[in-house]
Design a protein around this ligand. Structure first.
Ligand SMILES: Nc1ncnc2c1ncn2[C@@H]1O[C@H](COP(=O)(O)OP(=O)(O)O)[C@@H](O)[C@H]1O
Ligand SMILES: O=C(O)C[C@@H](O)[C@H](O)C(=O)COP(=O)(O)O
Length: 332
């Protein structure tokens, strides 16, 4: 069953819009940040991680975003280019902005937190004029990260991108990707993310993220099927509720639901699970796989990334993901 059509005549498979940042992941794991002395630098930012995952799986990918006009901005752009990701719409912001930093604290495999430095960040300076209709029209799908709606002018740029995607038949993936930093209020999150959710074909988020979208309008559904139905009344064809180590449930507009399990992992840290899951899940959808297989692929990819120190660098190939599935799936 196909829930939407990817226009196979388009040269680009997948593009994302939003933040390109840096992760500084603690080297001394199982320690609080106060006692952490050294970090390893990786490209980060949820939509960047997802794009890197999709590209690693072999899809022709690109990015729409702004980076700082300094060594960090150049590090990010070079990294994307080295991985074959098109950066023709990655703009160097000349207004004195900086790159967003995510310091990650790995206290234990289950106690991870992120300290984000996001004042005056380049990614939120993306302007509507930076969003080219031609670029979106040439892609089969676009991924929107909710955090890009946190402030203007990035907010308007993203709203423009979503409208252009709908106008041109580019499939819209939306990852709510709620990060409290840079948002002014919870109400703002709900209102702006709902605007994009209404126009999206596939929505991914955790239970609390979906609650945020319901909060300004009420009542809270507290029920995944009711939440999914709310978005099916708009454009959504698939609503995926992620539940960390408990897996995920995918709801489809035709009334079905699919429970996705997890794969055993040697967990180093929990962040990166959602991005690796999303990248592999999207890859499956773009290959026309059934939902259960997409979820399985996503979960296997996530099990690899949570077992690694980084997010972006650790995004696995299709062969590596399949090897995990083969190892843990018994055939009858
Ligand atoms: N500890 C874990 N072990 C194995 N797989 C995991 C673990 N945590 C998450 N995953 C996988 O990653 C998916 C997404 O994780 P989740 O934590 O819900 O996303 P996010 O990082 O966006 O909060 C889960 O549905 C599951 O398949
Ligand atoms: O998104 C960010 O700015 C930080 C990410 O690079 C980070 O590694 C992370 O939090 C990954 O997010 P998740 O996959 O939703 O756990």
């Amino acid at each position: 069953m196909s829930y939407f059509t990817f226009d196979e005549s388009r040269p680009m498979d997948f593009i994302a819009i939003g933040r390109l940042c840096i992760d500084l992941n603690a080297n001394e794991i199982h320690r609080p940040m106060e006692e952490t002395r050294t970090f390893t630098k990786y490209v980060g930012g949820s939509p960047a991680n997802i794009t890197i995952a999709v590209a690693k799986l072999g899809k022709k990918s690109g990015f729409i975003g702004r980076v700082s006009d300094d060594q960090h901005g150049r590090f990010i752009t070079n990294y994307l280019q080295e991985r074959g990701i098109d950066t023709s719409c990655v703009i160097t912001d000349k207004s004195g902005t900086v790159t967003g930093l995510a310091f990650t604290e790995i206290k234990s495999p289950t106690e991870c937190s992120i300290l984000m430095y996001r004042d005056n960040v380049a990614d939120l300076k993306l302007e509507p004029a930076d969003v080219s209709e031609e670029y979106i029209k040439n892609a089969k799908a676009i991924m929107i990260s909710g955090t890009a709606l946190a402030a203007s002018p990035s907010r308007e740029a993203v709203l423009k991108a979503v409208d252009l995607a709908r106008k041109n038949g580019t499939v819209v993936f939306f990852d709510i990707d709620y990060r409290p930093y840079t948002w002014k209020s919870r109400e703002e999150v709900g209102i702006y993310c709902s605007l994009v959710a209404e126009k999206s074909d596939v929505i991914l988020g955790g239970r609390e993220e979906f609650d945020l979208l319901e909060e300004p309008y009420g009542p809270l559904q507290n029920d995944d099927q009711a939440t999914a139905d709310r978005w099916f009344a708009h454009h959504a064809q698939i609503v995926l509720v992620k539940r960390g180590g408990d897996g995920s449930t995918a709801f489809t507009k035709d009334g079905q639901s699919f429970k996705g399990t997890t794969f055993p992992a040697n967990v180093v840290k929990t962040f990166g699970a959602g991005d690796s899951f999303a990248g592999a899940f999207i890859y499956g959808l773009m290959n026309g796989w059934d939902i259960a297989r997409c979820q399985q692929f996503g979960a296997a990819s996530a099990s690899i990334v949570v077992s690694s120190h980084s997010c972006s660098d650790a995004m696995p190939s299709a062969e590596e993901i399949q090897a995990v599935i083969d190892k843990h799936t018994t055939t009858v």
